[in-house]
Design a protein around this ligand. Structure first.
Ligand code: ADP
Ligand code: ADP
Length: 234
């Protein structure tokens, strides 16, 4: 069975009068009747022009956006029926998130950044440190363990972000332009790592990109245009 399944998902920003509502009453239909699934052990690429809805799909899978209509299932849990608390819990336990702009905390070392999700998961300090160091080694940053993000290159920061996303050993990984700001070499390293972890243990990986090299690691590519799926694996 699919690890991730979006069924007939439509999402309008601005219709709920939520936190980010402009109050103007204008809505943006970011997704329209989108159905996508990712099996265990599968890497699915998501392509499409800027504004086509890729990030919204990833945010929905991570439970950071609740779509206006349709269902989003992650590991057989329908997130649209969950409370905020339940969604947060599922995300923390099972979903690894890699975004383009890293979201590293500037005042924390690489190791502390990687260990952060483990703090939330209640893992004891000694084990957090060991796990963080093991992951930083796996991404080739064993010499950068105590560096601050500001002391790292873009490629190194992206690798720290990837290590952090993997720290809780998530079943599902969502990555938004994970190689977007990297040169070819470091981008290639990040991709190789993402592919390796994706193939491990039946994980499900959903990676949004408009970079051909990034999309080439996918088993299947889904194309979005104006919030609709225009091709799936074609
Ligand atoms: P992509 O990742 O493919 O660039 P997005 O999912 O970010 O696409 O955006 C899809 C559409 O939703 C775009 O029209 C975008 O402007 C709009 N959008 C994205 N996020 C928001 C938001 N927080 N509030 C209002 N509109 C948004
Ligand atoms: P908290 O409740 O402590 O703010 P969340 O449950 O919101 O944490 O986030 C869980 C994980 O998802 C964290 O590792 C966080 O960095 C990441 N995350 C949450 N929201 C976003 C976002 N909008 N963009 C990128 N990463 C995010």
């Amino acid at each position: 069975r699919a690890a991730v399944r979006l069924e007939n998902v439509t999402h309008e920003y601005g219709s709920g009068g939520g936190r980010f509502s402009s109050g103007s009453g204008r809505t943006v239909t970011a997704l329209e009747d989108v159905s996508v699934s990712v099996g265990r052990g599968e890497i699915v690429g998501l392509e499409g022009p800027s504004g086509s809805g890729k990030s919204t799909v990833l945010h929905a899978v991570a439970g950071l956006v609740v779509p206006t209509e349709g269902t989003v299932s992650v590991l057989e849990n329908d997130l649209t029926t969950f409370s905020d608390r339940q969604r947060t819990r599922l995300r923390r336990r099972h979903v690894g998130i890699v975004f383009q702009r890293f979201h590293l905390l500037p005042s924390l070392s690489a190791r502390a950044n990687v260990a952060l999700p483990l703090v939330q998961a209640g893992v004891p300090k000694r084990r957090r440190r060991a796990r963080a160091e093991e992951l930083l080694e796996a991404v080739g940053l064993e010499e950068r363990i105590t560096h601050l993000p500001s002391e790292l290159s873009g490629g190194e920061r992206q690798r720290v972000a990837l290590a952090r996303a993997l720290s809780t050993d998530p079943d599902v990984i969502v990555a938004d332009e994970p190689t977007g700001e990297l040169d070819t070499t470091t981008g290639g390293d990040v991709l190789e790592l993402l592919t390796d972890v994706g193939r491990e243990r039946g994980r499900a990986v959903l990676v949004a990109s408009h970079d051909d090299e990034t999309l080439s690691v996918a088993d299947r590519v889904v194309t979005l245009c104006d919030g609709q799926v225009v091709s799936d694996g074609g």
